[in-house]
Design a binder for this molecule. Structure first.
Ligand SMILES: CC(=O)N[C@H]1[C@@H](OP(=O)(O)OP(=O)(O)OC[C@H]2O[C@@H](n3ccc(=O)[nH]c3=O)[C@H](O)[C@@H]2O)O[C@H](CO)[C@@H](O)[C@@H]1O[C@H](C)C(=O)N[C@@H](C)C(=O)N[C@H](CCC(=O)O)C(=O)O
Ligand SMILES: Nc1ncnc2c1ncn2[C@@H]1O[C@H](COP(=O)(O)OP(=O)(O)OP(=O)(O)O)[C@@H](O)[C@H]1O
Length: 491
């Protein structure tokens, strides 16, 4: 394949050596996957700069390389193309290598600090119920029909994205919905995609620190960049940063969705239900010249109504019929997101809230169900920003009737040190708390001491099926542990 030539219109840069029309085999960006005749893309990462491998590449049979910085010597026998940005080039080359599969798919990208996973699952559920087979890419992995592939990143590397698009198109998918993280945008993992729909959910301080973003301003800027690569933008009008996103956007069409501020798509008459046969919300969805009454969403929490509103807006624009809009989310389940383990006479649920924004949203949402006591079980990850410990401690202290603080993925830090940080901030609020460092014991305690009317939220790990302590991962799933505790009680 004359890959370089094929992708040349997209690649900004110059040929330093060799032949642009050279026949190439595979496209590779990891030296551990090199095969003879391949095109290798050199990239500087957080740990390693693969430009350093250049001298060894001809010996491994590499035919051509893309680089994006000055190098001392160019090895002989190698076609060398110097691009402006190797990551953007990898995206352009990957799209070409896999035969531009996005051209065969309706492409939808969802960004936001919170709600990406839930909203993408909701969009997929609605499109599929509306007869549009849809692939999915995000934190919970890649789904192509019944096949499920685990991913390391919320937004995988561009090569993996394009490879998945190809699989989806070949498997008969007509659409793909994916989570687009700000890192994914900044590192050009979503380069060379022109999304049909881009969705902005919200933004709050997060992902700021080493190897993520330098500042909130940088984080916001990169989030906004999705709206320079989509045809239609859908913006949450209720987010305080929506105007900035709108100002940056260059989409052909821009719609707003929201409940409080003027919007093209809105919801009315929101009601919460917690019956034995249906837990979630009902509302009327209005937009695109119609009102769809009594839409059912099978996930509790006001923020899930917001996620559903975004999903319904995309679905209605994609031609999904009213009847499907009304019922398509009734039985929605998203692994580790507001997952109900027990409903009566007290409620136990597992949720992925692992920062202050989502924890606050979750506890506020649960409060709307008027629990007798709202109990939250949580910890914080080790070797990550300490700010989460302060802010989550504060939210627990202020918003829960009892916080049970415990281990999360402590990684290489001592659990006691992490708990000390959380304790310090809870104490400032005067909120009630107890410390049970062993997570299993903490969950057992919470479940076994529950009284009728209580709501017990076990948060932070959601779908994660491991716990990482001292760098060692062992199987641990909050839902399973809660079920074990209930079983021992004969429930
Ligand atoms: C900081 C960061 O973004 N790191 C990502 C990056 O890895 P890296 O920078 O560490 O790569 P590296 O090890 O330095 O290697 C650099 C280059 O050399 C190559 N290499 C490396 C070693 C070698 O022997 N040979 C070789 O060729 C690598 O393939 C790579 O091309 O590139 C990898 C492949 O794409 C990613 O998996 C990895 O994400 C790590 C796991 C990560 O934690 N990323 C976070 C910050 C992230 O991206 N998060 C977002 C946000 C999630 C959210 O919003 O919730 C996400 O989308 O997941
Ligand atoms: N729209 C929302 N606003 C605020 N909080 C939300 C929203 N949607 C979900 N949450 C909370 O955030 C948690 C994570 O939700 P979800 O996985 O859908 O978001 P995400 O953007 O994919 O998050 P992450 O980037 O951390 O994977 C949920 O378990 C819930 O507690």
């Amino acid at each position: 394949m004359k890959l370089l030539k094929l992708a040349m219109s997209e690649l900004k840069g110059e040929l330093l050596q060799g032949d642009m029309g050279v026949e190439l085999g595979a496209l590779v960006y990891d030296s551990r996957k090199i095969s003879p005749g391949c095109l290798f893309v050199c990239m500087k990462g957080a740990n390693f700069d693969s430009h350093e491998l250049l001298p060894a590449l001809p010996g491994k049979g590499v035919a051509a390389v893309v680089i994006d910085r000055e190098v001392e010597t160019l090895p002989e026998g190698l076609t060398v193309y110097r691009a402006d940005n190797a990551r953007a080039s990898l995206a352009a080359l990957s799209a070409a290598y896999f035969g531009f599969p996005a051209r065969k798919l309706l492409t939808i990208g969802v960004t936001g600090t919170k709600g990406k996973t839930t909203t993408t699952h909701m969009i997929r559920a609605l499109l599929e119920a509306g007869g549009i087979p849809t692939g999915l890419i995000g934190t919970n992995g890649i789904t192509v029909g019944k096949e499920h592939i685990a991913t390391k990143n919320t937004t995988p590397e561009s090569y993996e994205i394009q490879e998945s698009f190809r699989k989806m198109a070949d498997a008969g998918c007509k659409a793909v919905v994916m989570e687009v993280s700000s890192q994914g945008l900044m590192l050009h993992r979503t380069g060379s995609i022109l999304f049909d729909y881009g969705v902005f959910m919200n933004i709050a301080p997060d992902h700021i620190g080493p190897n993520e973003h330098k500042s909130f301003e940088e984080y916001l800027f990169w989030k906004s960049q999705l709206f320079l690569q989509c045809k239609t933008g859908l913006i949450n009008a209720d987010d305080v940063h929506s105007l900035y996103i709108e100002k940056m956007a260059t989409c052909e069409k821009l719609y707003r969705f929201g409940e409080k501020n003027p919007a093209d798509f809105t919801l009315r008459s929101l009601s919460h239900t917690a019956d034995p046969d249906f837990v979630g919300m009902s509302f009327d969805f209005a937009g695109a010249g119609r009102v769809v009454a009594d839409v059912k969403v099978g996930m509790p929490g006001r923020f899930n109504a917001e996620n559903a509103l975004a999903a319904l807006s995309v679905a209605v624009l994609s031609g999904v019929k009213d009847q499907v809009l009304r019922t398509g989310l009734k039985n929605i389940r998203v692994n580790g997101r507001m997952e109900i383990v027990k409903l009566h006479p007290y409620t136990v649920l597992v949720d992925y809230a692992h920062n202050a924004v989502s924890m606050e949203a979750l506890l506020d949402a649960l409060r709307e169900y008027h629990p007798k006591r709202l109990v939250v079980v949580f910890g914080c990850g080790g070797n990550r920003a300490k700010e989460r410990r302060t802010s989550m401690g504060e939210i627990g202290g202020k918003k829960a009737d009892l916080s049970i603080i415990t281990a999360d993925n402590s990684r290489y830090e001592k659990v006691e040190d992490i708990l000390a940080d959380i304790r310090e901030s809870i104490e400032k609020t005067g909120g009630a708390f107890i410390e049970i460092p062993d997570r299993r014991e903490a969950i057992y305690y919470a479940v076994q001491k529950a009284e009728p009317g209580d709501m017990i939220a076990i948060i932070g790990k959601g779908h994660e099926d491991y716990q990482e302590i001292c760098g060692v991962r062992t199987h641990f799933l909050d839902r399973e542990v809660a079920e074990d505790a209930l079983r021992e009680m004969g429930e």
